[in-house]
Design a protein around this ligand. Structure first.
Ligand SMILES: [Zn+2]
Length: 206
């Protein structure tokens, strides 16, 4: 992969997630996980029954049918997230498109390019680090410690609502909180953040 996994995940969370339904994003992540993350190629040949087996188990997949998975795959293709190729005995070939190469994401990235590079605290690695240090490597939403591996920066005012890449608008954030907060204002995200934090606390005392 030419880009770091972190960059890809950030672009996914910041730009693609708001465009997908929860099912579509889980399915995209499932294909991504089994192609690029597993062997570095963005192609995966897989049968729909295998997808149903692997991805739809557990509470979220309850009632997921072959028709539903087909519909989600078609929708992902329509949104430019995957290209569907031929089908043979081993399954159908899917090409997983990286977030930055998905047209609706590329458009957003281009329109959010900061005017002045020195004010861009989001893409500049040294400046990102400066912000993590400022926030003492603590997620500003749930208070959990983050590390170089899982620290992200959240746009306090989302980019879709005019927030920029200045240090004032960026907060250190864990992956989970970032995926919840993404695209939402703090007020909109608060109930979901609280719920997630409570669930995590409940799990950790068990
Ligand atoms: Zn957090």
């Amino acid at each position: 992969m030419e880009e770091s996994t972190e960059t890809i995940i950030e672009q996914f969370v910041d730009y693609l997630l708001p465009e997908l339904t929860p099912y579509e994003s889980s399915l995209y992540m499932y294909l991504f996980r089994n192609s690029l993350l597993r062997n570095g190629t963005n192609e995966i040949r897989i049968g729909k029954w295998t997808i149903i087996d692997g991805f739809c188990k557990g509470s979220r997949g309850g009632g997921t049918s072959y028709a539903h998975v087909s519909k989600m795959l078609a929708s992902l293709e329509q949104k430019g997230c995957v290209k569907v190729g031929d089908t043979d005995r081993l399954g159908t070939l899917y090409v997983v498109i990286l977030p930055k190469d998905i047209p609706l994401v590329a458009k957003k990235i281009a329109s959010n390019m900061p005017a002045k590079a020195e004010e861009d605290y989001f893409t500049n690695q040294d400046k990102r680090r400066e912000l993590f240090e400022r926030d003492k490597w603590i997620c500003q939403y749930c208070g959990e410690k983050v590390s170089q591996q899982n620290a992200t920066l959240d746009h306090f005012i989302p980019r879709s609502k005019g927030g920029d890449d200045s240090k004032e608008n960026l907060r250190t954030c864990c992956l989970l909180c970032n995926s919840i907060k993404s695209g939402k204002t703090y007020e909109e995200a608060t109930p979901f953040l609280l719920k997630s934090i409570q669930e995590r606390r409940a799990r950790s005392v068990k």
